[in-house]
Design a protein. Structure first.
Length: 172
């Protein structure tokens, strides 16, 4: 069941990040084309590209957390093996989850509410800035969901390691 949920989540988030990245590239290519070939730069593509970069970066980093491809310092992790390494991985996931909950979800919601109350609009698009900043708590939720899946995987691996150890002890 967890594998099905992870695969579905990976496909949806991966497709979303891909669409954002393709949109960002198309936007920048159009900006360059309109500026240097048509000699009439588009007025809104600079702003769109900036906002797409925010969305692409934050959702992409959340996706990488799910793939365990995020930035990590592995000084201790490379020295540990077996259950000890899995326990360390769970502790790391708990710290990432705490960051996601406190900074990204809670802080992002506070930021979103503050910007929503001001009614601030983007300069060239006239779009509410709150639409841009909602990506912070969304990415935090994605990270948190991936953390739960990662922790469940590590707990299952620990159970499997213990089963192997028990089998080895019973054979002796």
């Amino acid at each position: 069941m967890l594998n099905f949920v992870r695969k579905l989540f990976d496909r949806v988030i991966g497709a979303g990040v891909s669409i954002l990245t393709i949109s960002l590239v198309m936007c920048v290519v159009w900006q360059v084309f309109s500026r240097f070939v048509l000699h009439s730069p588009s007025t809104s593509t600079d702003e769109i590209a900036r906002f797409l970069l925010m969305w692409c970066g934050l959702t992409g980093s959340a996706y990488m957390v799910g793939q365990n491809q995020h930035l990590a310092i592995e000084m201790l992790g490379t020295r540990l093996t077996g259950i000890k390494k899995l326990v360390l991985n769970i502790i790391v996931q708990l710290f990432i989850a705490k960051f996601a909950m406190m900074v990204m979800i809670y802080g992002g919601i506070v930021q979103y509410n503050n910007i929503s109350m001001t009614g601030q609009l983007t300069p060239s698009l006239g779009m509410p800035m709150s639409y841009i900043y909602i990506v912070v708590p969304i990415s935090g939720l994605i990270i948190l969901l991936y953390n739960m899946l990662n922790i469940a995987d590590y707990v299952n691996e620990i159970a499997e390691e213990k089963r192997k150890q028990n089998l080895n002890l019973s054979e002796v």
